[in-house]
Design a binder for this molecule. Structure first.
Ligand code: ADP
Ligand code: MG
Length: 338
């Protein structure tokens, strides 16, 4: 088993040192970076706890390393910013440090970090009694005043989402049923499982949305589309209506969910898709589509923002289906739900 010092040294050797604006990375009591006038900082942190967020019997360490960074990159993208630096704190049970190859974890982590030019500049390492605990922090930047909050959606604006929804929740269900990578059928099952274990954050599109300045509210889909949209509506003081017919359900979900109702439910309440959900004036659609296609992404217009019907109550999300508009009951992930 490596000592704490040699473990950290291995990380240090793999971390980029020549990053833009970085003065001092791993190795001292704190990291140092250079600030720039006219820019603002974004910072976000995510906990990943064994048996809450992942199980070691169904994720590879490479996928886990990828996902630990991916979820935080997604948060920076969801503000319209560009990720620059990362911090990573690990709590590792001694037995799991000895028995598992943690270099695989760093293969997954650093290959995603390199893809987006993010430098790991520090963290902390500790023994943990029983479970693996990961705290992933990403620090990003955007031009002053250009960050896109959840609070900017206005009545009459269109609601868009990138990519397709539901595959991650489908993948989790497959894993819980005992499917593993590689699956017997390397196609749709593998696609869904990969979406869960190795999500691709929409880093470039998020940054470009921030620069473009056309989205009025933005967040990533981590708890389920309906619940996340209700957060935008809450912060913006509005309601929303979603269009059943156009909801972009992932092909793997259509094929594997069993029924269309179940596929719809994965797409609307399954979490961890890490797609970007945003609102904009419908007149901006052509520019937004161009911006998406430059990032090799599709965006779909899935609904519209409405005035808050009852200002005394919370936000409401409606669903238009077969010419009827009904209130959608919002279910998504809640860690403390009984
Ligand atoms: P301290 O005693 O100040 O906590 P450490 O010995 O834990 O310092 O860390 C030494 C250096 O290694 C610091 O620069 C710290 O940021 C970095 N470091 C420790 N653990 C990690 C990790 N898991 N990932 C990245 N950097 C780490
Ligand atoms: Mg320490």
């Amino acid at each position: 088993m490596p000592s704490e010092f040699s473990f950290i040294n291995q990380i240090r050797q793999r971390a980029t040192t020549g990053a833009n604006n970085l003065i001092l990375g791993i190795g001292d009591d704190a990291a140092i970076w250079r600030e720039h006038e006219g820019r603002e900082r974004l910072i976000s942190t995510d906990l990943l706890i064994e048996d809450v967020h992942f199980k070691l019997d169904y994720t590879s360490l490479a996928c886990l390393g990828h996902k630990a960074l991916a979820v935080s990159l997604s948060d920076i993208a969801a503000m319209g910013g560009r990720p620059e630096f990362a911090l990573l704190s690990l709590g590792l049970p001694k037995s799991k440090l000895a028995d598992l190859n943690w270099q695989d974890f760093f293969d997954g982590y650093f290959s995603l970090a390199q893809k987006y030019g993010v430098a790991l500049i520090g963290g902390d390492t500790s023994a943990s009694p029983d479970k693996v605990v990961i705290d992933s922090v990403v620090i990003g930047t955007c031009a002053s005043g250009k960050a896109i909050r959840r609070s900017g959606a206005k009545m009459g604006e269109a609601i868009y989402v990138t990519g397709r929804l539901g595959a991650s929740a489908m993948g989790l269900e497959l894993l819980q049923r005992g499917e593993r990578l590689p699956t017997q059928s390397p196609d749709k099952k593998a696609e869904a499982i990969r979406a869960h274990l190795q999500p691709e954050p929409r880093v470039k599109f998020g940054e470009n949305l921030g620069t473009l300045g056309l989205a009025t509210a933005l967040m990533d889909v981590s708890d389920g589309l309906a619940q996340d949209l209700s957060h935008i509506c809450e912060e913006s003081g509005v309601d929303a209506v979603l269009e059943y017919d156009v909801l972009p359900i992932a092909p793997s979900v259509r094929e594997l969910a069993g029924t269309i109702d179940k596929a719809f439910s994965f797409a609307i309440s399954g979490g961890e898709d890490y797609e970007l959900l945003f609102t904009a004036n419908p007149e901006a659609e052509a520019a937004l589509k161009k911006c998406a296609s430059e990032c090799a992404l599709e965006i779909t217009r899935i609904g519209e923002i409405m005035a808050r019907q009852n200002p005394q109550e919370g936000p409401r999300i409606f669903l238009r289906r077969n010419g009827r508009v009904d209130l959608l009951s919002i279910t998504g992930y809640d860690h403390f739900r009984a």
